[in-house]
Ligand binder design. Structure first.
Ligand code: NAD
Ligand code: UDP
Length: 337
């Protein structure tokens, strides 16, 4: 299939692109490189031994989208592009709504204009907010607690209405839990532009000596060891979920939201120990106050992904830590080296 990847140069997009190319799909990446490096795409090209198109541009630019759709005539769009920093979304909510929500509307309009009927969207477990029960299943109430999460919820609702208005359209809303890890080659991985907000890139940068220690946000949660519990999902498994979603959407119409996780929670301390084993390095840390807005425990019900997509996670915590360390130790300064 011909697949357009918005935000395809980013962390999850680059891993998905590699898998798509290896399965013989044609791809075009549209990215404004606001949070990624074109070097990631060069490395994907080498790894895949396959070529693909790249266009610099924003999903907010209707003219640019028009050109890209006219030239490439995609049969499906995987829509990764967006801003994703929770803290920044509290400071600049309008910027987040303009880029994420308005950009997605512009993209959907271009799809409709060019008769592209299939969408896979990068949503997030953050749409659920505080847990009314666990595991989170797709019927759990949707109450995101910050502007970033609300952009994801609003986009989901807009895509749902778009799909309902067009009998031929198909949409899969993938609600990712906590994506971590890297391609086993160590050539592509997560490369945060500033100090990482997320746990695993933070630990990796401490282990490689870029940061002095990890602050663990809260040691008194109602969990096995008092630290926060999350459902970490290997980015390679996540990439495979996108391929399964593209294939599912090809033979369906309508709109489905589907959790993508492992179904198991891991605490901060468990993750830290696993990373120390994988890297052979000590990760200095101290327990500090809880981070505002954090929930104690989050993990997915994965039944729907198994049933509808025939997909389930195959990689474990050690695979996640080993591949992260392989990427970070080979590229201590990310793509800038
Ligand atoms: P990323 O920042 O690495 O990738 C996003 C890509 O989109 C970047 O290459 C960026 O340059 C590009 N981009 C941003 N705004 C754009 C615009 N207006 N036009 C064109 N390109 C634009 O992030 P990621 O971790 O790969 O996440 C991909 C998607 O998955 C995002 O939508 C994110 O919200 C969602 N998501 C990520 C996580 C996570 O923990 N990484 C969890 C849940 C959901
Ligand atoms: N966390 C932490 N220190 C950090 C970053 C995160 O202790 O520097 C904890 C955080 O409180 C949560 C877990 O690690 O319990 C995962 O946080 P992350 O920001 O990676 O993901 P999210 O909050 O989106 O689940």
């Amino acid at each position: 299939m011909r697949v357009l990847l918005t935000g395809g140069a980013g962390y999850i997009g680059s891993h998905t692109l590699l898998k798509l190319l290896r399965q013989g799909h044609e791809a075009l990446v549209l990215d404004n490189f606001s949070n990624s490096s074109p070097r990631a795409l060069g490395r994907v090209k080498q790894l895949a031994q396959a070529d693909f198109e790249v266009r610099e541009g924003s999903i907010c630019d209707a003219e640019r989208l028009d050109q890209v759709f006219a030239e490439f005539r995609p049969e499906a769009v995987i829509h990764f592009a967006g801003l994703k920093a929770v803290g920044e979304s509290n400071e600049k909510p309008l910027h987040y709504y303009a880029q994420n929500v308005s950009g997605s509307i512009t993209l959907l309009a271009a799809m409709q204009k060019h008769d592209c009927r299939q969408m896979v969207f990068s949503s997030s477990a953050t749409v659920y907010g505080d847990a009314a029960y666990l595991p989170y299943d797709e019927a759990h109430p949707l109450q995101p607690t910050n502007p970033y999460g609300r952009t994801k919820l609003f986009i989901e609702e807009i895509i749902r209405d778009w799909a309902a208005s067009w009998p031929d359209a198909s949409a899969v809303l993938l609600r990712y839990f906590n994506p971590v890890g890297a391609d086993p080659s160590g050539q592509i991985g997560e490369d945060p532009q500033a100090i990482p907000n997320n746990l695993v890139p933070y630990i990796a940068q401490v282990a490689v000596g870029r940061l002095p220690f990890l602050s663990i946000f809260g040691g008194d949660y109602d969990t096995r060891d008092g630290t926060g519990e999350r459902d970490y999902i290997h980015v390679e498994d996540l990439a495979a979920a996108h391929l399964a979603a593209v294939s599912f959407g090809h033979s369906q119409t309508g709109c489905e939201a589907i959790n993508i996780g492992t179904g198991h929670g891991t605490t901060v301390l468990e993750l830290l120990r696993a990373f120390e084993r994988a890297s052979g390095r000590k990760v200095p840390h101290k327990i500090v106050a809880e981070r505002a807005g954090d929930v104690a425990r989050s993990f997915a019900s994965v039944t729907k992904a198994r049933t509808l997509l025939g997909w389930q996670a195959e990689r474990n915590l050690d695979d996640m830590c080993h591949s992260t360390w392989n990427w970070q130790s080979r590229n201590p300064d990310g793509y800038d080296a």
